[in-house]
Write a protein that binds this ligand. Sequence first.
Ligand SMILES: [Zn+2]
Length: 124
Amino acid sequence: MRHLDASDRLAIRQQLDLLKEQVLEELRASAPSAHLMPAEDAHEVKTHADEAEAERAADVYMAEVEVDYARLEEIERALARMEDGRYGICEDCGVEIPRARLLAQPTAVRCTACQTAAEARHRT
Ligand SMILES: [Zn+2]
C-alpha cells in the first residue's frame, strides 16, 4: 500500500475501528427485545394477528442481524488485510485501490471495476 501514507492508514484504521464499534453496538441493541418474547403472565388472548406480527418482527430481526454480521465480516477482513500489508490492493485483480475510494469506503477490498463485476455476479 505504497499509495497510502502513514496518516492515511491511521485515518482508515480509526474509521474501521469506529465502524466496528457501531456494528457491535447495533448487534447489541437489536438483540431480541422483551416484547418479542411472550410474557408468561400475559392475560391477553393472543390473536393470530399478534402471532403474525411476532413472526414478522422475528424475520426482520434475523435479516438485520445478517446484514450486521456481513458488515462486521467486511470490517474484520479490512483490518486483517491492514495487518498483513495487503490493504488497499484489489482482492481480484491486484491493482491499488484509489486512495479516495478507500477513504470514502474503508471496507473496500476490490477496485471499482472488480466490485461492479462481483455485484453483477451476485445478482445472477
Ligand atoms: Zn480489481
